[in-house]
Design a protein around this ligand. Structure first.
Ligand SMILES: [Zn+2]
Length: 488
């Protein structure tokens, strides 16, 4: 039997809890041997793949088509982007093939703009080509991040990006709103991750964007987790890469662009970190790589009794499979207690326990992963019972996450209050602030120093709150309410 130990109490040391869950629940294997590069074993991979599927579904419903670009980007194309994005310090370069230096070096791409937009300038010719909405995903990008942590910061990470092109800025801004809706549908409705949608301050936006919008959540250690970003690119890249179209009057015009980038592994980190408990992962029913596990309780001394139980378990598995769920019988040699613990650690939503008593009565014991409540169900009602308990499990996950998040925003009206709150309180703190335009940058820098790493996340993107009073840093009249949190 494999060894089994408990995990750290989440509330006491979240960072340690997270590391242990990542390893013990087979989410990532960090023994690859190159910093920032991890292996995603089956369990972690299947969860990541499900996140991709949700996003693909929503983007395609919104009229996006998929495409695939190479892993590399040409040096000359990357340089055109320099003044806008400037990823250069973080770029990995390919300089040699065999023992010969390459004529033109190329980079492992840090993000898609510099490789996609030169091709857009060839593809987009007339107003009839617009709007053009496309995405690529299920590939890696590369950045030489100094600090790395599985699912939060890596040097190679799974990527998703949509790149949209429009004839007018209005259409671009409408797409920004559409991206918000996609974030809500996937992150909140499906994955039950609550977030605040921010407009980033000008000094902290993507350099190549007019404005950057991000759904941010807070992890249980109080740190901000940016789940995605939407950029209104205006015409900046259109001008850098010469993407023009002939309008209806036959005149050449630069296009307007937006892009959307959900952070796949950070979304996964939020699912693990926010929903999980002291027994391990908790996964919403639809995302779980295995939704129902059946545990045969084989305590009888008679082999025939045990065989009957096992046969019943396999029959039930077939039935459940036909209903379209992901199910397995754990008939390994481990004892039932070990199995319960193991599948709870992996976050399997529903468990069925079946022993001789249950076989005789045509019943099973069903356990929901969330509160580990037990229910006696009739085998003939399987279909109905699974639907009912999957729903109640999802509701419980959502309610718990909502409650956790609701209490996570405080208000501070002075630097002293903010400092104290950021020390004890794990979450966002709202403050009156002079400006989210470039004028506010000095105050934000000072705030970061004084609060030991507090970041101005931005103002609410939709229905920004009205400010009153004074900026807690400079004392000037406050123009906005900004949210502050520490970040990874
Ligand atoms: Zn100020």
């Amino acid at each position: 039997m494999a060894e089994q130990e408990g995990i750290t109490v989440k509330k006491e040391n979240f960072s340690e809890w997270f590391s242990q869950v990542v390893q013990k629940a087979n989410l990532a294997d960090i023994r690859f041997g190159v910093q920032g590069f991890v292996v995603y074993p089956t369990w972690g991979f299947k969860i990541i793949r499900r996140i991709y599927e949700y996003l693909e579904e929503e983007l395609e419903k919104d009229g996006h088509e998929p495409f695939w670009f190479p892993t590399i980007v040409k040096k000359s194309d990357l340089e055109k982007e320099k003044e806008h994005a400037n990823f250069t310090p973080e770029v990995f370069w390919v300089t040699k093939a065999g023992d010969k230096n390459l004529d033109e070096e190329f980079a492992l791409k840090p993000t898609g703009e510099a490789q996609i937009y030169p091709i857009y300038s060839l593809w987009i010719r007339s107003h009839q080509d617009l709007p053009f909405k496309a995405y690529q995903d299920r590939m890696f990008v590369y950045r030489n991040d100094k600090q790395t942590r599985p699912f939060l910061r890596g040097r190679e990470f799974p990527f998703f990006e949509s790149h949209d092109v429009f004839a007018t800025h209005e259409e671009g801004l409408k797409q920004v709103k559409k991206d918000f809706e996609i974030s809500t549908k996937v992150l909140y409705d499906k994955l039950k991750i609550p977030f605040v949608l921010f407009k980033r301050p000008q000094w902290d936006k993507f350099k190549g964007a007019v404005d950057t919008y991000t759904p941010d959540t807070v992890m249980p250690d109080g740190k901000r987790n940016q789940l995605a970003s939407t950029h209104d690119l205006g015409q900046k890249f259109a001008k850098a890469y010469d993407i023009q179209f002939l309008d209806k009057n036959g005149e050449k015009q630069y296009v307007w662009q937006t892009c959307y980038g959900p952070g796949i592994i950070r979304i996964a980190a939020a699912i693990f970190g926010i929903h999980g408990d002291d027994n391990g992962l908790i996964l919403p029913f639809d995302i779980a790589p295995l939704q129902i596990v059946i545990i045969p309780v084989l305590f009888s001394k008679k082999k025939t009794e045990n065989d009957k139980v096992l046969k019943k378990c396999l029959d039930i598995k077939d039935k459940i499979e036909k209903l379209g769920y992901k199910v397995k019988v754990d008939d390994s040699d481990n004892n039932p207690g070990w199995k319960y613990h193991n599948w709870e650690l992996h976050g399997v939503p529903l468990r069925l326990e079946i022993g001789p008593r249950e076989v005789k009565a045509g019943k099973a014991t069903l356990v929901e992963r969330t509160e580990r409540k037990k229910f006696e169900i009739k085998i003939k009602d399987l279909d109905k019972e699974i639907k009912k308990h999957a729903k109640s499990l999802d509701n419980e996950i959502k309610k718990k996450a909502d409650d956790y998040f609701k209490n996570n925003t405080r208000v501070a009206n002075s630097l002293k209050e903010l400092k104290e709150m950021l020390k004890k309180h794990k979450g966002f703190v709202k403050i009156p602030f002079c400006s989210d335009d470039f004028d506010g940058e000095k105050c934000a820098d000072k705030l970061k120093d004084e609060t030991d790493g507090g970041n101005v996340c931005g103002v609410k993107a939709e229905r920004p709150e009205k400010a009153s009073g004074k900026c807690i840093m400079c004392g000037k009249k406050a123009k906005c309410i900004v949210y502050v949190a520490k970040s990874y």
